[in-house]
Design a binder for this molecule. Structure first.
Ligand SMILES: [Zn+2]
Length: 312
């Protein structure tokens, strides 16, 4: 009999599913809107319904279900979701137990983890398949997230805050308040709103092709590629912040590979080469040998990571 695993990535707007068979192949994906009311109950109900529907499509019974891995946008400690900024689920939600109860299978394997951490783990496993021992994953988007892999294990830390590399103090004089409540985090320079703010500040003094346009990260990168002074300056400020942060993090555990992912990473080689330049310029000792790689899984990284966590 064939067996099936589900990786589920619960986001603020949608829930993504990946269905894997017992030969480690992704065989189907699915997406639904995240419920907005009675969220605790409805998330479990949504997962139950989609899993049952997908098993049915495979003409498989519930006995063929080998496990469900769930990625959640908040800190997770010992499988319990402590809080969640983007989901109205209150505090200390034991989603794994609720899922097992809904399936009426107390032995069903259900694992839960933080989405940024699991995206890191997904990319790491997919890229390296255990050949690499130590890796750092950096995700560039609205926020700057990350994941730390040491000795092939995802590090979550004492309070689930390991890998929050976007909040490493970077420039304490920049007076920009971060979403975390502190000033001067890497994210206030390299996150999307930080990039836009830098562009607006520079445009008060410099001419730019971006004038009279709605400034977005894409416009900034396009302008930089076309040689616009302000665009180039902004991209360089992002690359410097990320490169120097990677220098600091690398000195803690000397990773072999640094994987860059997230929406902003779509700028590709143009951005990667600039991050690498700042990293090479400032790296100390052997950490200079770390190789930069682009992430491969895009928006699927979260459910891949949740699936890989199941296989541990
Ligand atoms: Zn912060």
């Amino acid at each position: 009999m064939k067996g099936y695993y589900f990786g589920v990535d619960v986001g603020g707007t949608e829930i993504k599913f990946g269905l894997f068979d017992d030969l480690q192949r992704l065989i189907d994906t699915h997406k639904v809107k995240t419920p907005k009311e009675d969220v605790r109950k409805e998330i479990v109900e949504t997962i139950f319904n989609v899993v049952m529907e997908k098993l049915d499509e495979q003409e498989a019974s519930l006995n063929a279900l080998l496990g469900i891995g769930v990625a959640i946008p908040g800190p997770v400690i010992d499988g319990i979701i402590s809080t969640c900024a983007n989901l109205d689920i209150g505090t200390n939600f034991d989603i794994a137990t609720k899922i097992k109860e809904r399936f009426q299978k107390s032995h069903l394997k259900v694992v839960v983890g933080n989405d940024a951490n699991l995206a890191a783990y997904g990319e790491y496993k997919y890229l390296n398949n255990n050949k690499i021992k130590d890796a750092l994953f950096i995700t560039l988007g609205t926020g700057i997230g990350g994941g730390v892999i040491i000795n092939r294990q995802l590090v979550t830390g004492y309070t689930g805050s390991a890998g929050e590399i976007g909040h490493i103090p970077y420039n304490l004089n920049n007076k920009r308040l971060c979403g975390c409540g502190k000033f001067g985090c890497v994210e206030t320079v390299a996150g999307t709103s930080g990039m836009i703010q830098t562009a607006e500040e520079l445009m008060k003094k410099e001419k730019s092709v971006m004038e009279k346009q709605t400034i977005t990260p894409k416009l900034i990168f396009d302008s930089a590629k076309a040689g616009d002074f302000v665009g180039i300056k902004v991209v360089d400020s992002v690359a410097k912040a990320i490169g120097e942060m990677a220098v600091a993090v690398s000195l803690v555990y000397d990773p072999e590979v640094i994987i860059i992912g997230g929406g902003v990473a779509r700028a590709g080689e143009f951005l990667l080469s600039k991050i690498n330049y700042h990293f090479q310029k400032e790296a100390r000792f052997g950490t200079v040998n770390a190789k930069f790689e682009m992430a491969k899984l895009g928006n699927d990284a979260g459910f891949y990571g949740a699936y890989y966590l199941l296989l541990e």
